[in-house]
Design a binder for this molecule. Sequence first.
Ligand code: ADP
Ligand code: GLC
Length: 475
Amino acid sequence: MRAALAVASECAPLVKTGGLADVVGALPAALAPEGWQLRVLLPGYRQVLSALGPAPAVMAQADLFGGPGRVLAGQAGGLDLLVLEAPHLFDRAGTPYLDLSGHDWPDNPERFAALSWMAARIATEGVGGWRPEVLHLHDWQAGLTPVYLRARGNGVATVLTIHNIAFHGLAPADRLWRLRLPPEGFTPEGFEYYGHISALKAGLVFSTRLSTVSPTYARELMTPEYGMGLDGVIRSRARDLVGILNGIDTAVWDPAADSLASPYRSPAGKAANRARLLAEFGLGPGEGPVCIVVARLSGQKGLDLLLQAVPALTDRGGRLALLGSGDRALENAWLRAAEGADRIAVRIGYDEALAHRMFAGADAVLVPSRFEPCGLTQLYGLRYGAIPVVALTGGLADTVIAANDAALKAGVATGLQVWPLTVEALAAALVRLCELHADRHAWARMQRNAMRHPVGWAASAPAYARLYEGAVAAA
Ligand code: ADP
Ligand code: GLC
């Protein structure tokens, strides 16, 4: 087996705020058959340390950005882990990124610089005789790693995967010294971004290879519309960038054997789950499709647009159950929309088991994202026969076969796509959804197609293996 180390700020099932965790948690099992043994380096948040239990320290650092740190080695959640225990950075209540009042931790730059620093040390010195050939860096939280590696004169291969370009990992320039960064790197050709230190840009400029989580997003990232100020940097590395579609864990998301929902083997089995979902959300009667949304409530997800378009669904007897949390204004707007409406129900919170029951019971899942690097909920929808209605962007464009006339005639459609993403176009798609739902034959066909669509890692795992091998050859 060849050895690789993933470096990430979240990893399912131990700590998760979004799809990043699912992907980091799934890659080790997906890559093992490809001959790669993947260990994951994670911050020692409270829940990670308690899942790990007693574990030996394999590396120590007396002064890790303001306090001592140790790398613990062990297993948890079916994963081979290295955990960075550093209480002054990670032993706190809140999310991996936010304090209890929802603000970024002010020392986020140091917290994730520490993770990157230790990743560079592990690659240089090894732990317990184990040394990775490749570092797989995820998002800005691991972005400084190649800078620290260079400072050590270490040319180990690095692959940076962009899950979300919206987060740059910025720090004020006066932290250069505190973050132990080489001042000569603080230039527009290096990790300077308009007078700030950008951890993501550091990763984009200095990693051996780059990837993102769908082929369409790989192209979109190079445009000013989607590149969020980094499109120029990414264009300059176009030859080193590849888009590899995310998969989902088809054992965890298995309609035939779901321990968190009532399992079913065919679209026909959906009826009981649907009835339970309607009862659980207190949704009223109607003939139209039962739709769900499971998402972080952030501007990215386009749920403000859906709020305006939703009458097109409810006026036709459709119903909507939404589960999400995030932006307070959006949470409140959705709660208000559900007040006194018997066809809209909203749960604010994060609930993995409820999400499973929702996919099991839904006729359709709505994903009207403004941008979506890959998106996982449309994949759960396909697998559970909940027809995805998606914006034509990023991974959503790459995973759904739109029910246009040609696709319907050929019998290959799996969902609906909305473009351009406006309230009007979204409303029109919801009307179309109701029409298709009323056509029993067309609907059953789409559900069967959706449930057969491959959504696992079979195609993408070999692509990651080739990416690692290419990076090793180029480093
Ligand atoms: P992103 O990473 O941008 O949030 P993805 O679609 O890639 O989007 O992944 C989101 C993941 O988080 C999915 O596994 C989804 O089911 C889960 N998720 C999001 N919000 C919730 C919630 N409120 N409750 C349960 N699961 C959620
Ligand atoms: C990000 C993206 C999402 C993607 C996930 C996992 O959070 O927003 O589209 O599926 O990462 O790669």
